[in-house]
Design a binder for this molecule. Structure first.
Ligand code: SAH
Ligand code: SF4
Ligand code: F3S
Length: 482
């Protein structure tokens, strides 16, 4: 499961149902990237240790945590409207003599700190992405006085203090889970707030990652997505040596029960030979690569401080395709970066046409306070950004549909993750991260099965069971004559 730039409610019904009755309940709502999804899960683990069960909605919660994103203006401003609604809820509760606490976590917390409490005094706790392991202390401080802020980048990192969650919570992770292996960013793209909100690049030691993956696999997780802001810049300690992401993937692949591995998000500069070779050599590594390029014009790439040219990106893709010809490619794009001319924008379209993407995310440039690009000359008018975005998205959508149509007629290994809307229906993912709906497949949830792809819908595929036997997790593509 890859979740990007979406709202995710991390309250897990299965875990709630299985949990013993608990006095207090927390509701965590996450915005932004997969790093936040992972952090929300870990905050839930910590709060479980403090006696908090999971609430099904904010109305039902004693503590509501907004896990926020600062990447674009709209994402960031949305938090304040959410907080306004929570304040009303808190006031209503108070009239009935009930208490409710509000915490703001994530990247807006890091970027705005005290300012959040100044703008919304109903907030009890502000906690940054590197300090949420101190939630228990913050809760007890907040019980004594209002408005507690912790946005340090502590010396002792959170991974050293995070405990293994209970078996019950681990079972609630489902069959596909994120594991953070790297945090922070030293790249300083001129448009981006991440280096300021998440701090410098830091890699988690191999042993700590393997421990977490082992406990997830023991609890039934079949697919691990290794995540980081710059995951392929990973350089973690491996008993005194430095391991790269390729090394880490090999070690994770050797663990029993791990049938699929993915990683995200990568930077083109860090696509080394070892990682590219892993796509050829490690069968559990799924044929899917999300590699943001942002733009196709060298002038704009330089102004963005992306540290590579368009042709270098094209060359990397050629090497990746040579290692794994069927790989599905995905990317991020920004339109309307300061100074972007029609010619520059055409270069982005040309790059997209040359490569052919299976999926992509594209955004209008958003001016972020404190970033170098926000002060650059040549800011682009909103209507121009909108027009360019529409043109780019139409092209990317055509490519996505073409990719999906090309899988019709193939038999693909599908990892089934959850029930569908119809009785007996199950939903899973192909190696290329496409969502597949299959009837009469509920018994396959938690396993990988061979599925014949029979048709496409706008956002998913329609499949039919070929065999109930478990197939190889990775499975190469076959064409069915059926
Ligand atoms: N570390 C990752 C992800 C960063 S944020 C990477 O380097 O790819 C995810 C995406 O948000 C970026 O790839 C970029 O396309 C987009 N983004 C970041 N800052 C932005 C801004 N100021 N305006 C518009 N889009 C932005
Ligand atoms: Fe932001 Fe660039 Fe770092 Fe990605 S690589 S997080 S876009 S600064
Ligand atoms: Fe948003 Fe922070 Fe992720 S700004 S994209 S939640 S790293």
């Amino acid at each position: 499961m890859i979740v990007r730039m979406n709202e995710v409610k991390t309250s897990d019904a299965r875990a709630t149902a299985a949990a013993a009755p608990q006095a207090r309940k927390v509701f965590i709502k996450s915005f932004g990237c997969q790093m936040n999804v992972y952090d929300a899960t870990r905050m839930g683990d910590i709060l479980e240790g403090e006696g908090y069960g999971q609430a099904a909605s904010p109305e039902d919660a004693d503590l509501v945590v907004l896990n926020t994103c600062h990447i674009r203006e709209r994402a960031s401003e949305k938090i304040f409207s959410e907080l306004g609604k929570l304040r009303e809820m808190k006031e209503e509760r108070a009239l009935n003599g009930q208490a409710m606490q509000i915490a703001v976590a994530g990247c807006v917390a890091q970027a705005e700190g005290n300012e959040i409490i100044r703008r919304q005094s109903a907030v009890d706790i502000v906690v940054g992405p590197q300090s949420y392991h101190r939630f228990p202390e913050l809760l007890s401080k907040a019980a004594r006085r209002s408005g507690v802020v912790d946005t340090d980048f502590p010396v002792v990192d959170k991974f050293q203090t995070l405990q293994t969650p209970s078996p019950q919570r681990l079972r609630g992770r489902g069959y596909s889970a994120f594991v953070t292996v790297q945090e922070g960013c030293d790249k300083f793209c001129t448009f981006c707030v991440v280096p300021y909100t998440r701090g410098a690049e830091m890699s988690r030691p191999i042993a700590s990652i393997l421990d977490e993956v082992r406990s997830l696999a023991d609890a039934g997780v079949r697919e691990i997505t290794l995540i980081g802001q710059n995951v392929n810049a990973y350089h973690g300690d491996d008993a005194g040596r430095v391991a790269s992401l390729g090394d880490l993937i090999e070690r994770v692949a050797a663990l029993p029960g791990v049938e699929r591995i993915r990683y995200t998000t990568s930077h083109p500069r860090d696509m080394d030979d070892r990682l590219i070779a892993a796509h050829r050599d490690i069968p559990q590594l799924m044929p899917y690569l999300h590699l943001p390029v942002q733009a196709g014009s060298d002038r704009i790439l330089a102004a963005m401080n992306r540290k590579h040219k368009a042709q270098e990106f094209i060359d990397i893709i050629a090497r990746v395709r040579a290692a794994r010809p069927d790989i599905a490619l995905s990317s991020d794009f920004i339109v309307g970066f300061p100074g972007e001319s029609d010619v520059d924008f055409e270069a982005t379209l040309a790059l997209v046409r040359e490569i052919g993407f299976a999926s992509a995310y594209s955004f209008m440039y958003s001016q972020r306070p404190g970033t170098p690009a926000s002060d650059m000359d040549g800011q682009i008018e909103a209507h121009v950004k909108q027009e360019r975005l529409a043109v780019l998205q139409e092209l990317l959508e055509q490519q996505r549909q073409a990719f999906n149509r090309a899988t019709v007629g193939q038999i693909l290994p599908v990892l089934f993750e959850k029930k569908g809307r119809h009785a007996g229906q199950a939903i899973g993912r192909t190696p290329y991260l496409q969502s597949v709906h299959v009837e009469d497949a509920e018994a396959l949830i938690g396993t990988i099965a061979s599925i014949s792809i029979e048709g496409t819908w706008p956002n998913s595929l329609k499949g039919r069971i070929v065999t109930h036997e478990r197939s190889a997790a990775h499975g190469s593509m076959q064409t069915t004559n059926a």
